[in-house]
Design a protein around this ligand. Structure first.
Ligand code: NDP
Ligand code: A1CAB
Length: 268
């Protein structure tokens, strides 16, 4: 049986593990190395997997090591396990840290970087993938199988594009939640309860996303269909344009992309 070991058992590891189990991976094939006792107990309880306080011999048996610690912790985590590392596929989900850096830290070329997102927790994730040249076709297949256990996936051919993936889908759920907060607040100001406004807003995102996914038409056309001439939507979108919201939003996403690139320099 091939063994998968997660280093770091936080939010994203939990999302990936849940997906793998739903897709039929045996719990006995999954191990986690995680320093927090409460997190280990929760992982064991919720998933029936083995959780270890410190890396032990299981790391040497891994065919897949998933690096799921914060970017600033990654070098230290690799160093602490370096003496245990056997040939295997390395899948890193750390934002920013490049495969050039990882190859030096790991002493391996079999590396795939993934940028998932938190909707993976409910099987609706979107994951960007980039494979280093030293990853084999079988390694790519394995990384893609892991990503697709969480939802959809997409390969990029240039590593820098993963920073753009981060700016769209990796961090993107936070933008949606930000808009949900604004819509809830606006609804309250207009006389609805917070719960009513939130229900309306969440259902609207869900419905609009489903409509976009189902449609062959671009979002501009879908937006025009909502917008009656001189009507209410026109009033809203005109105000958005006056405030230059689209340009400001693009700037925010560029800041996200730039931060990913900066983290690569900062933590390497
Ligand atoms: N959250 C998100 O939306 C996304 C996150 N990512 C990436 O995923 C990675 C993990 O993020 P997330 O799951 O949110 O982070 P979390 O902080 O929830 O999880 C990381 C866990 O790893 C533990 N840890 C720290 N050092 C070690 C070590 N040496 N060995 C084993 N475990 C260790 C942490 O403990 P402690 O708290 O003590 O540090 C923590 O429990 C990050 O690199 C991030 O860039 C990628 C896409 C989306
Ligand atoms: O905020 C972060 O750095 C991570 C990476 C993408 C989403 N969360």
């Amino acid at each position: 049986m091939s063994i998968t070991v997660f280093v770091g058992g936080g939010n994203m590891a939990r999302a990936i593990i849940g997906g793998l189990l739903r897709h039929g991976r045996p719990a006995s094939s999954i191990h986690v190395v995680e320093p927090h006792e409460a997190t280990r107990v929760a992982l064991q309880h919720d998933f029936g997997i083995a959780a270890h306080a410190q890396a032990d011999a299981v790391v040497e048996q891994a065919s897949l090591l998933v690096w799921a610690v914060k970017p600033q912790m990654l070098h230290g985590a690799i160093e602490s396990l370096r003496h245990r590392l056997a040939p295997c596929l390395h899948l890193s989900i750390a934002a920013g840290i490049t495969t050039d850096t990882l190859a030096v830290w790991l002493g391996s070329e079999r590396i795939v970087r993934a940028m998932p997102n938190t909707p993976a927790l409910v099987g609706k994730g979107m994951t960007g993938l980039f494979a280093r040249a030293g990853a084999s076709a079988a390694d790519r297949d394995e990384a893609q199988a892991v990503a697709q256990a969480m939802g959809q996936s997409l390969w990029v051919e240039q590593e820098a594009q993963l920073d753009a993936v981060t700016a769209i889908s990796g961090s993107g759920p936070a933008y949606v939640f930000y808009f949900l907060e604004a819509m809830r607040e606006a609804g309250q100001q207009m006389g609805l309860s917070a719960d009513q406004a939130y229900q309306l807003a969440v259902a609207t995102f869900e419905g609009a996303a489903a409509l976009a996914a189902d449609s062959t038409e671009p979002p501009e056309v879908l937006r025009q269909r909502v917008t009656s001439k001189g009507g209410t939507t026109y009033a809203a979108t005109t105000r958005l344009d006056e405030l230059d919201v689209k340009a400001r939003f693009i700037e925010a996403m560029q800041a996200c992309r730039d931060r990913a690139a900066e983290m690569a320099r900062q933590f390497s």
